[in-house]
Design a protein around this ligand. Structure first.
Ligand code: TMP
Ligand code: ASP
Length: 238
């Protein structure tokens, strides 16, 4: 499959057209940003890790009947995916309080929830991805009621599957962000990526952060944390 025109360049990925209008090539970069692009840096080797981790996790989810955009890993940094129209929502699932949840509600980081939470942000960089509720989503016609229901159901299923998988790796899945897309026939599938950029992953024994918070919060050892989380995944995914 040949790379065609660059369709889109985001903060962490480039997306190319291919000779098949139904397929795109995603290329993962080492660039890292935080706080809506205000903080910029490079995490050496991140693109390779995020590509391989996302692909392995999506294949695991597909086997458990969560449809995803994954088609084929083409190289260390490149993957062939189904072309979708992205639903402009960041779908965030949380098992443990952290990040913006802790800040917004004054709940200490590390507080476990009795049941996972699901929230949506409106994907709009100019507005800083504001939190949005389902009545707002309907009012703005970002998704239909049926689509919202499907997205929430898949998001919770992804959480149950990944929480168990990461537990086997000695890792707590604190929270994560998903994005969904529509195929031309309207089918909703999981898109974007699942990686240490988009999940909070804490070592179960020590609580050590093995994710992008090391970059966001200047904790050091960023590359080592990405390598360690990938090592754990490989060990348990083969
Ligand atoms: P938050 O606590 O900052 O709202 O983040 C919740 C989860 O979503 C966390 O695992 C990091 C992920 N996330 C992204 O993937 N992209 C983003 O732009 C933000 C703000 C968070
Ligand atoms: N990637 C997002 C950004 O720059 C935020 C984040 O992951 O913290 O803006």
């Amino acid at each position: 499959m040949q790379k065609g025109n660059l369709l889109y360049e985001g903060k962490a990925k480039k997306v190319y057209e291919t000779d098949d209008p139904a397929l795109l090539i995603v290329e993962y970069k080492d660039d890292a940003t935080a706080f809506n692009g205000q903080k910029k840096g490079t995490i050496c080797g991140k693109g390779v890790i995020n590509n391989q981790m996302s692909n392995r996790l999506m294949q695991r989810l597909a086997r458990a009947d969560v449809p995803t955009h994954f088609v084929q890993e083409l190289s260390e940094r490149e993957t062939l995916v189904k072309r979708v129209e992205i639903v402009p929502l960041e779908v965030i699932v949380r098992n443990i309080a952290a990040g913006s949840f802790s800040k917004r509600y004054g709940i200490p980081e590390g507080t476990s929830f009795d049941a996972p939470t699901v929230e949506f942000s409106y994907k709009n960089d100019a507005l800083g991805d504001p939190l949005i509720n389902t009545t707002h989503v309907l009012a703005m016609r970002l998704a239909t009621a049926e689509e919202i229901e499907t997205i929430e159901r898949y998001a919770l299923r992804v959480n149950a599957l990944l929480r168990d998988f990461w537990a086997d790796c000695g890792v707590k899945l604190v929270d994560f962000k998903l994005e969904f897309g529509r195929l031309p026939d309207g089918t909703i599938i999981l898109a974007d990526e699942i990686s240490p950029d988009t999940c909070r992953l804490w070592d179960s024994a020590t609580g050590e952060k093995l994710d992008k918070d090391r970059f966001r919060r200047d904790l050091g050892g960023v590359e080592d944390a990405y390598a360690e989380i990938m090592r754990r995944l490989r060990e348990h995914d083969d």
